[in-house]
Write a protein that binds this ligand. Sequence first.
Ligand code: FAD
Ligand code: UQ1
Length: 434
Amino acid sequence: MKKVTNQLVKQQFPAKHFKLLVVGGGAGGLGAASKFARKLPRGSVGIIEPHEDHYYQPGFTLVGGGLMSLKETTRKQEKLIPSGAKWIRNEVVLFTPTQNMVTLDGGEDISYDYMVVAMGAHLRFDKIKGALEALETPGVCSNYSPFHVEKHYREVMNFQGGNAIYTYPNGPIKCAGAPQKACYITDSILRQRGVRENAHMIYATSLDKIFGVENYVKPLEKVAQEKDIDVRTRRNLIEIDTSKNSATFQLLDEDGAATEETEKIEYSLLHIGPPCSAPKALRKSPFADKSGFMDVDDGTLQSNRFPNVFGVGDCMNTPNAKTAASVSSHLKTLDRNLTLAMLGRKPYFKYDGYASCPLVVSKNRVILAEFNSNGPLETTPLNQKKPAYWAFLMKKHLMPALYWNGLIRGYWNGPATIRKFSRLVDSKNRKGIL
Ligand code: FAD
Ligand code: UQ1
């Protein structure tokens, strides 16, 4: 019976044209499709997504630290596609926005009235010489990849001594705090295992400071200092030589430009924070700016060149940090602006630039960084700069629930409303009225 129904659905909604086409079935794509599948007639929304498994990527930090299983972060995509929407299990290889069309791998064309591009950011281990091969050798791992995140935990549990290096790339990266979170959890585990004194822990970053948001720099410097982590700034990992267990860093000048100088460090454990880029099909499309990311209006998230196309998530060139938390606020903006566009009106609702990075600083403490380009944009009246157990509980229990039940189902629009209420009791700047 189910087979017959599926057949009927297929006949009713041929996969050729959609009122709304969503490219990418990650956090942003599913959230967008869910919102509009509820508003539009059945079969009006198509989602193009090549992968069968959907990962809750923010959980990878916990998986790499042995605090969550990979299984808990993984669900089958088919179970997550909103009812009424059609999943096209393929990838876009070509965008032809002048004809409102995309081409799939294999050559099939799909057309649309409106499109949401939600392709995320791609991990570019290939930009570091030898990294792809090195990831298959002992000691080299990355929480960023579902295929190498469990290896990180195994390496930490087997670590006996030597240099443990955590790297941060020179350029865009999703969840910019994740490399240092991995470093801090490792420190906790090594202490618990009684082998910390055999380790020299290095956090090597291309930035000129430990974290890009000023408000959290001092608290994080304190964490790194207390944990005896050797923070080396203006270093960019460019090569891994597994025959010598050697990582080569290019030294950057004070403006972040490459110099001729390099530094080689021998590793026992090397955790790679990969450079990230826009996916290839987007990079070479008319949507991309020079950086390859999708050129959108920072506020409305509408494509700067094609007004029937919007962006959401990590694939855009908006100045926010690339996080799932940002996606929640993108979705709020998209919901209103795409609806306006569909009604023939001009989108005017503005994304507030919100991003958040729960900085896990041990196996049970988190600094809950929340910010936009102007500085902190915190939700709670509590001191979020201080490593806290309540924030850890949020990271471990509340955030996955918000993601699975709220964000990807199009119900979670970010914490802006909670923030307004909590400002009434704002103990931080004493402006609250309660
Ligand atoms: P994604 O969720 O990555 O989805 C993009 C989708 O597009 C993918 O499913 C992909 O298969 C698909 N796609 C790509 N190319 C094509 C194509 N050509 N055709 C069709 N589909 C395509 N965020 C937080 O808020 N808090 C955290 O604590 C946090 N920690 C993180 C830790 C790690 C280790 C990592 C890796 C990320 C973390 N993030 C965190 C970031 C968060 O996971 C991302 O910002 C979020 O997933 C972005 O959503 P997105 O939809 O833009 O991209
Ligand atoms: C958030 O909304 C979100 O997406 C569901 C995350 O990713 C899993 C986060 O890490 C954070 C911090 C938020 C923001 C939510 C609150 C309640 C502060």
